[in-house]
Design a protein around this ligand. Structure first.
Ligand code: G3D
Ligand code: MG
Length: 345
């Protein structure tokens, strides 16, 4: 097992792999403002590497002090812009703060799901060093169906983090999992829902509903209840469709990368089917069975391109090994949470 510091460094380095176009540097501080781990897009200890922090230090240090003083509990996230950068501070559990520095030209909305995912992983690593937290960071190819995220401004008194997020809230999200038989829908859900406290199978409808509570890191008062609808029957009858789709907040459309016939034409079929019922929910196209590399019949690139065309997000998973599964649901939860917030305000 890796020591904590190495886990954090490895996580940040994977974060850079997927965000390298936008991210300049990332720092993990403890609550006393001491640096625990960091990574930049430049070579470690190079001149550029040390220059970045120099450029932002004058705003970072006082901000960290203020966060600790004003928000001893939960502050969520907040950020501001300097002349050249976006600085995003995010709570990473009770012990740490993640600071991400982005290029000024970057649209921060698109990066935020990642920031939260990383913060969540950092919190878990620090909370229980024995827990096996995936250090990989999925390359979620995001389309235009992304939520609009409004960041609280940390430098506005009383408007930032804690104040904006303090009220308790319970959100229920219905997530539909679609795709041809045997692509791995049920397996994917079981990977995510390790402790199934409620699964309700409706045999006449061929639908199975599973609930899973999800706590969004940094937002202690928020509870997200995923209600995951699985097409458990072999036949998807016309009369069930409306019932299945009604009220859905998001959908996964899955195929099996080792069976071309589950991809070709079929993703488009499921996409049209749900879009007819609900025109505007976020959809992630999921290429499953990524572990069957030697049997691959659909290139990752083909999935990415189709997702772009349909304005969906895209991710490859393995419901067998668990690769990217929890992260897929986390990213969806984060996206839905912020989507919901921006609809409210
Ligand atoms: P479905 O719910 O979409 O119909 P299932 O699909 O979850 O029932 O999975 C169908 C079969 O694919 C199962 O095999 C399951 O174990 C397998 N499977 C699901 N996901 C993966 C994966 O990521 N990798 C591999 N290698 N297999 C996977 P069986 O043999 O039990 O029918
Ligand atoms: Mg199934």
């Amino acid at each position: 097992m890796l020591p904590i510091h190495e886990k954090l460094t490895c996580l940040l380095s994977n974060f850079f792999q997927v965000s390298k176009q936008a991210l300049i540097a990332a720092y993990i501080f403890d609550r006393d403002g001491l640096l625990i781990a960091n990574q930049s897009r430049f070579e470690r200890n190079s001149r550029e590497d040390s220059e970045i922090y120099g450029a932002i230090a004058s705003v970072v240090d006082p901000t960290l002090k203020r966060i600790t003083a004003e928000y001893p509990g939960s502050f969520g996230t907040g950020g501001f812009e300097t002349e050249d950068h976006h600085l995003i501070f995010t709570e990473a559990g009770p012990k740490a703060i993640l600071l991400c520095v982005y290029e000024y030209r970057v649209i921060i909305n698109y990066e935020m799901p990642y920031v939260f995912l990383i913060a969540e992983k950092i919190a878990k690593i620090l909370e229980d060093p024995k827990e096996d937290v995936a250090l990989s960071v999925p390359n979620l190819h995001v389309g235009e169906s992304l939520p609009q995220i409004t960041l609280p401004q940390l430098n506005t008194p009383n408007k930032g983090g804690a104040a904006a997020f303090a009220d308790e809230q319970k959100l229920v999200f219905k997530l539909c999992v679609l795709g041809d038989p045997a692509v791995g829908k049920t397996s994917l859900i079981h990977q995510f829902v390790t402790k199934r406290f409620e699964t309700d199978y409706k045999p006449t409808l061929g639908i199975s509903i599973t609930n899973r509570r999800y706590n969004l890191q940094g937002f202690e008062n928020k509870v997200l209840d995923f209600m995951i609808w699985d097409l458990a029957g072999q036949k998807f009858f016309q009369r069930v469709r409306q019932y299945y789709y009604t009220g859905a907040n998001a959908a996964f459309i899955m195929y099996d990368i080792s069976r071309r016939e589950s991809f070709e034409g079929r993703i488009k079929y499921w996409y049209d089917d749900i879009r007819r019922a609900i025109p505007d929910i976020p959809i992630v196209i999921v290429g499953n069975k990524r572990d069957l590399l030697e049997k691959r019949q659909v290139k990752e690139e083909e999935g990415v391109n189709l997702a772009k065309e349909l304005k969906c997000s895209f991710l490859e998973t393995s419901a067998k090994s668990g690769e990217n599964v929890k992260d897929a649901f986390s990213l969806m939860g984060i996206g839905l949470f912020f989507n919901f917030r921006s609809m409210e305000t």
